[in-house]
Design a protein around this ligand. Sequence first.
Ligand SMILES: [Zn+2]
Length: 260
Amino acid sequence: MSLQQIVAIKGYIQTTYLAVYPDKLLLLDAGCYSDVEKIISYITETLNRPLDQLKLVMVTHMHPDHAGGAKRLQQLTGCQIATAAHYKPWYNGVTGKLSHLNDLMLTYYVANRQGKHLTYLWYNPKMKADLYVHDGDTIPNFDDWQVLSTAGHTDRDISLWHKETRQVYVADLILKIKAKFVSPFLITLPYVYRESVTKIRDLQPDTVILAHGGFEKLVKEDYNEIIAKAPQKPRKMTILHSIGIMRSQLSFGRKRAQTP
Ligand SMILES: [Zn+2]
């Protein structure tokens, strides 16, 4: 049976999307740990569907606003979890564990900047998925969707392409900030990142669905500008960087305020 609609569910700092079919549901990213209740109530109250209709959560990458709710959703609904196949587990080793803590802190930092209250975000960084997907695979049970490898933001991001309706969910590959399409601050693999944006551009989707944005229409120039402005070297984002950026903005604001 065919896709009825893709609905947006506003999460803690991101938007999570649910692909709705007459008899089943596919979640495009799991949101933060604290978004699980909202997703559950959307399914049971807004859609008036039983929870076991949620068959699969596709996790595009391991960040807290994409993967944080996955295991909890699985416990509550019995859904399967799928993510990109990769030779290294998520947040591998000691540096991986530190990155996980850093990413949780960054989520709080972004939330704070958006005026959100503190919430519980912890999730186990050692997530075991039920299914591991590769570039070009169709999504199990949802074969109208195709997996596209669009790494660069992290070492393993995926996008999800619905060819029939020419819509693609790109997660954090492209962000919309202040009405402009931009690359995410964190770029792990700059060369691969540019290739990934090119891949989406050449797909010529009608609608690009963003985790930090909504259902968007991009023209060739938008993609080309993102590619041109993407960094040449990896761009890291640590909580210390963020605080540094915030401080410099504050002192800039103070200076401006003092300037007649
Ligand atoms: Zn991310």
